[in-house]
Design a protein around this ligand. Structure first.
Ligand SMILES: C[S@@+](CC[C@H](N)C(=O)[O-])C[C@H]1O[C@@H](n2cnc3c(N)ncnc32)[C@H](O)[C@@H]1O
Length: 210
């Protein structure tokens, strides 16, 4: 197990940080992602973190999440949410859900783990699969400021699972290519739509269009 930055040790700090980074898009992203659930649906969130998404589901929806971060899980459990310990790479941590939502997870996985992750999520999806991921600006550089920014990003994104590298972020162009090819998992016949929220791209895959 590798180290965690303070944001991944203290859930409230993580939530404040996210709020500060996203500004008005903080709530808009979660509102949009939950808008695809219908009353009575089960919404599954792999790598749920402190389960912020659950706050945006009105009463009458079932929410379930899993994550490897025990501090985040304790925070969600104290709020009475249905979360548990689980690894997104293990198929047996998943179960069928009407809507599967993943938010800000892809860049926390090594590139060679991502296909397995998407396959697990899409297999568990009955109706709609929603994925939100930042598409970063193309940034090449050198010098002190560039190195400091890189160190800060690598330190703050340490979630305790593996050592994060800045290269794990996709550029906007790379992300759009991955979406177009369904992350090499989701067939082209599956209807999809994308929407921008600041630098984030949210893609919705409609597995069952009925
Ligand atoms: C940026 S946070 C996103 C959390 C949440 N989805 C949200 O919207 O706030 C990334 C999360 O991925 C989790 N994570 C990373 N690798 C994981 C893995 N292999 N299995 C389960 N969770 C993982 C981390 O513990 C962390 O909570």
């Amino acid at each position: 197990m590798s180290k965690k930055s303070i944001f991944y040790k203290y859930p409230q700090l993580y939530i404040w940080g996210l709020n500060w980074i996203h500004g008005t898009n903080f709530a808009k992203r979660y509102q949009y992602m939950t808008s695809f659930a219908k009353k009575g649906d089960l919404v599954l969130e792999p790598a749920c973190g402190p389960a912020i998404l659950a706050n945006f589901l009105p009463k009458g929806f079932l929410y379930s999440g899993f994550d490897t971060n025990e501090e985040f899980l304790s925070y969600a459990l104290e709020r009475g949410l249905n979360v548990r310990l689980g690894n997104v790479l293990e198929p047996n941590c998943y179960y069928p859900a009407d809507v599967v939502v993943v938010c800000d997870v892809l860049h926390h996985l090594k590139p060679d783990e991502r296909k397995r992750f998407i396959k697990n999520c899409f297999s568990a999806t009955k109706r709609v699969f929603v994925i939100c991921e930042p598409g970063k600006k193309e940034e090449t550089g050198s010098g002190l400021i560039y190195s400091l920014k890189r160190c800060l990003a690598e330190w703050s994104e340490k979630d305790g699972t593996s050592d994060f590298k800045v290269e794990y972020f996709s550029t906007r162009h790379q992300l759009l290519d991955q979406i177009e090819c369904g992350f090499e998992v989701i067939p082209p016949s599956i209807k999809r739509e994308t929407k921008d929220f600041g630098e984030d791209i949210i893609t919705v895959f409609f597995k069952d269009i009925k």
